[in-house]
Design a protein around this ligand. Sequence first.
Ligand code: FE2
Length: 204
Amino acid sequence: MKPLELIQAIRMIKRQALAQSTQLAQLRQALIAFVSEPANRQVNITNTSCGLYTRILLNSFDDDFQIVVVLWGPQSASPIHDHNGTVGAVAALAGHTIEAKYQILRTEAQRAWLQKQETSVLKAAYVTPILPDETSQLHDMVNATDTWAATVHIYLTPITDFYIYEPQPDGTYIMVERKLWFDGDNAWQTWQTPLQQEVLGSGS
Ligand SMILES: [Fe+2]
């Protein structure tokens, strides 16, 4: 599946009034079709990012959903964060990242009590869901390898603001609001570019 076909597939999912389980099943199918296409791994890598890792929007800011390619440098990581209540899914495109999910036990003002859930290695088209419930909304992601990794994230509702959860000495977490950043948009237009570094695919 080509980048533009993925955008069109997500547009179709958005147009229908689907049950959440059906949305997830269709997201999973579209993501696997996209990450299984060798041409999609020819990503123009950039080391320059406004944040801890590189986030490139495959579609347009005008769309009512987001398809984000995230590029993880060697030994890079995200903090624990939420997704502003959206339904979505994440798939491995290249390399290995590790995702840990966190259950929200309770919140009080800007303080949260979390319980770490399962960890998963995202590789070989593995797809993990993002859901509004208290067990599937928070996660962190780590590239613990010495090569680059790439993941594809689809959010059926655009995320502009979200919270990161900073660990405290007493075991609780302080919620800190953040604005989501992008290092590029409409990337589908230039997706088929030569690989500039021998990074993608080297660890998969
Ligand atoms: Fe995330």
